[in-house]
Ligand binder design. Structure first.
Ligand SMILES: [Zn+2]
Length: 326
């Protein structure tokens, strides 16, 4: 890998980006991606976009999520020990005895996840894996007041592990899910920028937020960009190591391209998705999607009631029924 790309990857994964608090990591991504973009911007939620060949068609979105799984301060007891809750799919068993950083309003506070030594536990049979509420953090505070001076309930917590290169291009890091995806889309933008071929598509590289708690950022940015085609990059589980069942989880080798798979939830080629794509392409240059209709569509798909935006100048009934019939 070329040196600047490796340095970018190292800085990106080493910069804490807990879900809901992605700003620092997003700055690193945007600073790198903007070298290869005609335009960059971010939205109110923190999603970042770098656009190449603005005005081209179709509009292609390359997206990865920037947030990493994390924990948050949930409760501080009288002795100053901190109890946590999950933000995303944290495994409590591998979090025990690890060093952590609590990201507070006054800066990082170091801590360690407590673990009882085997000499002090009396247990018959295999120990049960811990639950997240069994974990407690020691930040060196003697009592609750000392701890409360430093941290607040809700402060995000990440592990300390950082990027290391092992042998044969094998690397370990804390947050490859999914900084490796945002790295890939930034690199794709660089390669497109450097290629000599004429680019027809408008390419939007996106580093989106809050995937680990419900794919929120991807949904927000898809509604605002309205891409014709979206390619989403995320990680999967390798199975080329002992104890994992290939029969159950497939044959996925680290550092090798994953064989493509067809899932059950697919849309046949000539379905309404492509018809919608053709229709959207035709009208995109002359009109924008009506916000009232977008809200109605969202309501229909989510099954939840949502307040419709007030009628505005872009929302004439004739416009939205004729051009945006779903
Ligand atoms: Zn992911």
């Amino acid at each position: 890998m070329r040196e600047p790309s490796l340095n970018f990857l190292r800085t990106l994964v080493n910069t804490p980006s807990p879900v809901g608090h992605e700003t620092r990591g997003q700055r690193v991504w945007l600073d790198y991606a903007k070298q290869f973009a005609d335009e960059t911007f971010s939205d109110a939620y923190g999603n970042c976009v770098a656009v190449l060949n603005k005005g081209g068609s179709p509009r292609l979105m390359l997206a990865g999520h920037a947030d990493e799984i994390a924990m948050a301060v949930n409760y501080i007891d009288d002795d100053g020990f901190i109890y946590v809750r999950k933000m995303g799919g944290v495994d409590a068993a591998i979090t025990k005895a690890q060093r952590v950083v609590i990201h507070t309003r006054t800066g990082p506070v170091k801590g360690v996840v407590g673990n009882v030594a085997p000499h002090l536990t009396k247990q018959d049979g295999d120990p049960k894996p811990p639950k997240i509420h069994d974990l407690f953090l020691d930040i060196g505070a003697g009592k609750r007041k000392d701890a409360e001076r430093l941290v607040r309930v809700g402060d995000p917590i990440t592990l300390v592990d950082e990027f290391e290169l092992l042998r044969n291009d094998l690397a370990v890091a804390r947050a490859f899910d999914n900084r490796i995806g945002t790295f890939a889309v930034a690199e794709a933008l660089r390669l497109l920028k450097e290629s000599k071929g004429k680019l027809h598509a408008e390419v939007c590289a996106v580093s989106n937020v809050q995937e680990e708690v419900g794919l929120l950022g991807a949904r927000q940015i898809a509604y605002s960009l309205k891409p014709d085609v979206a390619l989403v990059v995320d990680v999967t589980h390798a199975t080329d190591y002992p104890t994992v069942s290939k029969a159950q989880h497939g044959d996925v080798k680290s550092a090798k391209a994953r064989p493509s798979r067809t899932a059950a939830a697919t849309i046949p080629k000539s379905s309404r998705a492509s018809r919608r794509w053709r229709r959207r392409r035709k009208f995109r240059s002359s009109t924008r999607q009506c916000p009232r209709r977008a809200a109605r569509t969202r309501t229909r798909f989510s099954g939840r009631a949502a307040a419709l935006p007030a009628r505005s100048s872009v929302c004439r009934t004739v416009t939205c029924t004729r051009r945006w019939r779903w």
